[in-house]
Design a protein around this ligand. Sequence first.
Ligand code: UDP
Ligand code: MG
Length: 242
Amino acid sequence: MASRKTDKYSVLLPTYNERENLPLIVWLLVKSFTQSGYNYEIIVIDDGSPDGTLEIAKELQKLYGNDKIVLRPRATKLGLGTAYVHGIKHATGNFVIIMDADLSHHPKFIPQFIKKQKELKCDIVSGTRYIGTGGVYGWDFKRKLISRSANFLAQFLLRPGASDLTGSFRLYKKDVLQKIIDSCVSKGYVFQMEILVRANQFGFTLGEVPITFVDRVYGESKLGGSEIVQYAKGLLYLFATT
Ligand code: UDP
Ligand code: MG
């Protein structure tokens, strides 16, 4: 049986213009894993950020060691979906954690994800803003409405058995995530949702942990009108084909 000693958690951190956020998120991750005693690595997948995020990541690598901070940058902004595909190739852990680098996802929830996974022995643990103590802080009405509607529509059309489809703070068994990724067709924001829909089709098991999502303080969201259109298209595609 896997144990605290043999388990390793590979955190995939996609970054695009996160120079202000990266040092803090990495520090919080290191603190969380050091306290809980689990083995880990942080894989920073920088999307060719013009703000020098990669240079900051190199400094952090010097500070924490290149076994803990692994750099797998791409030359240009290729988007989130492909960042995960790229990142998982380099993951050496038997578990993969995916989260945003902008501090919207707090590393303090990771030990809860790990505990839930061990309790249920499930394939995936998903952070959820939509049950129990979960929630969203700092978003204006418009952004909340967009997120809620996107989630509601997806729930209604796809019924995947998970309460937060558009969130992206999750823990996966690595081989499970690899199998799901290989079957996914979407690239952008809709990727997060497709993962849970495919997981459900494959019969993978899911646990949920309520999380609070806090809007970024530094830097700008990359969600724009074109992503919303892409999402709607992707959702309809999944509805039509699954
Ligand atoms: N990101 C990325 N490549 C992109 C767009 C975003 O690596 O092309 C990263 C970004 O730096 C952040 C995460 O993906 O760590 C989520 O992006 P963002 O915070 O802009 O999205 P939002 O939280 O507003 O949905
Ligand atoms: Mg964000």
